[in-house]
Design a protein around this ligand. Structure first.
Ligand SMILES: Nc1ncnc2c1ncn2[C@@H]1O[C@H](COP(=O)(O)OP(=O)(O)OP(=O)(O)O)[C@@H](O)[C@H]1O
Length: 622
């Protein structure tokens, strides 16, 4: 085929740089997304490598070959016995006349049946030793199509009464080498177990019926989620997802032998019902010994958009090429945009990335640590890129920065709970009291103001744990802590000003303060109240802001007015105030017919009032 045609007809869109490819050295300007090209090259590579034993690097496929040799040999024997038998049968049939066709096809069926039984039996034995669990084709039912890649189609399906994902390879008329490669992928997958790696459940390795069965990860791939503007994904959550992915890849890199994934990209990161990320697609993965380098002899594997320059240029590489790809993914997670979307042609793209070192632009308002991490990950020098161990520890800090904007709040959380996103209330409050240098729960009298301060903070900050049976009654979530600080901050260290607990107690003591309350609930609490009645609540749409809901006329019309946050100030009707209490004080008292914020018309919040006076009537009402 004319290589020019390859480029112009099929490979001239942005999509070309988005999908996994294997492209050969002589056709470097052209994308060849055909999986069996690797296989052909693999055979060549083996020969090349055999003739060239003094190299420092290892040809990817030879390295894996050695590591997997024994297992592959075992299954190859069985498969070839089936294939030889099938061929014999075909030749046999060919020479028979029509009259004998029924007989021969039934004996063929029988013989194949026996061979399949042998095959399953042997696979069973293999899996008892360490091999992949073999799944019979008739055990799988296909439901809807959930994804398409360059290698196969992925269906939602059922296997042994369980919902699963079934990857069906595009090309089923495999030759022996292709089959060996498929079995290698299955074999690799069967060796990895980690919560952030898509669970491999089994495979059918019968020629013509090759499928991979994995757990079904319900929210699909991260790329689709990121680029769907309708889906809310706060930075904090996105950074947690990045950390999940990093944990999965780190597991591969710290395995012995080392797994290099080789196709790290957002469409290979799957998202489960708890927004936990799992890495999938080991179709291009390579195994290597620690400290050794890999080199593609005549075919580069991966997805160009995410491919490290050294891989694109057929240089030696190692696991740090996954780090480069992760840098691009991090950028995508940060911006929710397509990386390099202005590029159309592979050759120009390759030159831009490898020669001119072009990288996607990082937004100005990016968190400092995150900017530095992304820049280090996609460094042109692989040796300067961080390991995934380092990436995870950077992400621990970035997650805190993304959840908590208050500087002292960040400092506190990092010092006490760096790697945690949810902590038991008791651990939290003891740590906070120590950090603020105020008496802890056990150090103060139950009737003291200090104890009341703690009770107030608990009322506004602690939640029931999401999962049951943990033995913990209340927890503090980092994101909620960050939000509370946006409402009540800035947080002060000892000697700098009042503690967070004191500030919260002062506000909760105001009967008109209702905290978290939706607009409809505010309306129902004000329903039937006299003109001027009001309550103050957290704004449900703008973090750090408040809403004053008030009855403004005799017919019961309710107005909701925003108290905006401008730095440390609160802005109400164009005037800046220091606290909510000041707003109510300065806008109270009736005059010239306006509806004012008369504190006596504040609608009481019995829940908070009961903290101050345990016998408050109606404390259980809300
Ligand atoms: N276990 C799973 N659960 C849910 N969806 C899945 C699962 N596995 C794959 N998918 C969906 O199918 C898509 C393609 O899967 P996969 O990447 O394994 O195929 P591929 O042919 O190897 O693709 P590529 O060309 O990207 O290498 C994924 O992006 C995802 O949307």
């Amino acid at each position: 085929m004319d290589p020019q045609q390859l480029r112009t007809d099929q490979f001239s869109s942005y999509q070309d740089v988005k999908y996994s490819i294997i492209f050969s050295a002589d056709l470097i300007n052209h994308l060849i997304p055909i999986r069996n090209i690797i296989i052909i090259n693999n055979n060549n590579n083996n020969n090349n490598n055999n003739n060239n034993n003094n190299q420092h690097h290892v040809n990817c496929d030879d390295e894996e070959e050695q590591i997997n040799k024994q297992d592959v040999k075992r299954s190859e024997k069985i498969l070839s016995s089936i294939e030889v038998n099938k061929d014999n049968q075909q030749n046999h049939n060919h020479h028979h006349n029509h009259n004998h066709q029924n007989d021969s096809s039934s004996s063929k069926k029988k013989s194949n049946q026996t061979n399949l039984e042998k095959y399953y039996h042997q696979q069973q034995l293999n899996s008892d030793r360490s091999g992949p669990p073999e799944i019979r084709p008739e055990e799988i039912t296909f439901e809807e199509l959930i994804g398409t890649g360059s290698f196969g189609k992925v269906y939602k399906g059922r296997c042994r009464q369980k919902s699963v994902a079934v990857k069906l390879l595009h090309k089923q008329n495999y030759d022996a080498a292709t089959l060996a490669a498929f079995r290698k992928e299955v074999h690799l997958m069967s060796k990895i177990y980690h919560p952030n790696i898509c669970l491999f459940m089994g495979a059918c390795t019968i020629p013509g019926k090759c499928v991979i069965v994995t757990e079904l990860v319900p929210k699909g791939n991260l790329e689709t989620l990121l680029h769907d503007e309708k889906i809310q994904l706060p930075l904090y959550l996105r950074m947690r997802m990045a950390r999940d992915a990093a944990l999965g890849i780190n597991w591969l890199h710290e395995s012995n032998p080392v797994f290099v994934h080789r196709d790290v990209k957002s469409s290979n990161l799957l998202v489960d019902e708890n927004m936990q990320v799992k890495i999938c697609d080991f179709g291009l993965s390579a195994l290597k010994q620690k400290h050794k380098m890999l080199k593609d002899q005549s075919s580069a594997k991966g997805t160009p958009l995410y491919m490290a320059p050294e891989v694109m240029m057929f240089k030696e590489f190692n696991e740090s090429s996954d780090v480069y790809s992760f840098g691009i993914v991090l950028w995508e997670i940060l911006t929710r945009k397509e990386p390099f979307s202005h590029h159309r042609e592979l050759e120009k793209f390759r030159e831009a990335v490898c020669v001119k070192h072009e990288r996607p632009p990082i937004p100005h308002d990016c968190l400092d640590l995150l900017r530095k991490l992304i820049e280090r990950c996609w460094d042109k020098d692989p040796a300067r890129r961080p390991s995934f161990k380092e990436i995870i520890s950077c992400l621990d800090h970035i997650i805190v920065d993304a959840a908590i904007s208050d500087l002292r709040g960040r400092e506190f959380w990092k010092k006490c709970f760096l790697t945690e996103q949810e902590v038991p209330w008791e651990s939290f409050i003891d740590a906070l009291c120590e950090w603020s240098k105020v008496p802890t729960r056990n150090q103060c009298e139950k009737t003291s103001t200090e104890y009341l301060n703690i009770k107030c903070l608990k009322a506004i900050l602690a939640d029931s744990p999401k999962s049951e049976g943990t033995g913990v009654d209340n927890v503090v979530n980092i994101e909620k802590f960050g939000k509370i600080l946006e409402f009540f901050g800035p947080m002060c260290a000892s000697g700098e000003g009042p503690s967070l607990m004191e500030i919260v107690r002062e506000i909760l003591a105001q009967k008109w303060f209702h905290g978290y309350l939706e607009t409809v609930d505010a309306a129902s609490r004000l329903n039937g109240q006299p003109v001027g009645s009001f309550l103050v609540r957290f704004s449900s749409t703008n973090s750090g802001c408040f809403t004053i809901s008030q009855v403004v006329n005799e017919s019961g019309l309710i107005k909701h007015q925003r108290v905006a946050r401008l730095g440390n100030k609160l802005n109400y009707q164009g005037i800046n105030y220091s606290t909510l209490i000041e707003i109510v004080q300065k806008n109270g008292g009736g005059n010239n017919g306006d509806v004012r914020l008369d504190a006596s018309l504040g609608v009481p919040n019995y829940k908070f009032m009961s903290l101050f006076c345990p016998s408050t009537p109606g404390a259980d009402t809300y």
